[in-house]
Design a protein around this ligand. Sequence first.
Ligand code: CIR
Length: 300
Amino acid sequence: MQEASDKSLHLPMQRPCTTEKQAGKRTSNRNFFGSMMTARCYTFTHAIVRKPSAGIVDGLRAVDTGVPDLQRFQQDHAHYVSLLAATGAAVTVLEPLDDYPDSVFVEDAALCLPEVAIAMRPGAPSRVGEAAVMAPVLAEFYGEVIAIDGPGFIDGGDILVTEKEILVGRSARTDAAGIAELARITSRRDYQVRQVETPAGVLHFKTDCSVMDEETVLATARLSDTGCFDGYRVINTADGEDAAANAIRFNELVLMPAGFPQTTERLSAAGYDVREVGNTEAAKLDGGMSCLSLRFSPPA
Ligand code: CIR
C-alpha cells in the first residue's frame, strides 16, 4: 500500500496525441519467448516520445554550437521512433509543445519503473513545468503518478536504472534533497538508490553512461574511473568519442548517436545489435539517445 507521504497525482485519463503501435506489441511483462522478464533494465513494452517543436531554437545548451535545424531534428526523431517500434514496443508519440523548448527530451520529466511512475522535479527553471505535463500521460498507463514534491530537484537524465539498483548522479540539475526524496519513494518498492557524482561540466549522469545489459554499462573513462561502476562490466567509449556514451539498450537493439565508429565497433564486437541514429541537432542542445524517450513496462 502506498504511504501517505507520497504525493499521488490522481489525474483524469487523457488520450495522448498519437499512438504508434506495432502489430506484435506485448501487453504484459513477458519477454519475446513468453516467459517473465528478468532483464527489466532494458526490456520494455512501451516508450513515450515527444516530437521536437519549433521552440527548440530556444532550447538550453552549455555552449552555443549553432541553431538546431527543425527539419533535420524531425527526420532523426522519426528514425529513432521507428527503431523503438521495430522492437515490438508500443510507442506513444506526443505532439510538440511550443511552450517548452526542451520538451523533446522527455526523459527528464519522469522515471518509470515497472511498479510506479514518478514525475520528476527538473532542475532548470524553464523545464520544471514539463513534469506536470507528462504526469497525465503516464497516468494512462499506471493509473496514478507519484510526484517529487521538493524542495529538492531531480532530472530523469541523472538516473540510471540497472538490474540491481538505481544510480543517481548529483549534477547541476539534481541535488541531494531530490535524490533523498526519490530514495524514499522507491525504497518502499524494494529499490536501492545509490548517490553518485556526475563529472564536473557534464550535464547529466547519463550523458556519460548507459545500461547495455544486466551486468554491463557503456561509460566514458572519466566517469568509470571514479569507480562508480565497480562490480559491473564496463565498456568504455573510445578516445575522443565521449558523446557516444549516451546510448540506449531497448529490447534487442542498442541505439547509438551516429558518428562514433570506434565505440560502435566495440559494441558490435561485444555482440550488441547496434543501430546508429543521427543526433547532430539534439547534440546542439546537449541531448542524446536516452533523453528522447521514456522507456517502460507498466503493470499489466
Ligand atoms: C537541457 O539542458 O535540459 C536540454 N537542452 C537537454 C536535456 C538532455 N536530457 C538528458 O540528458 N536526459
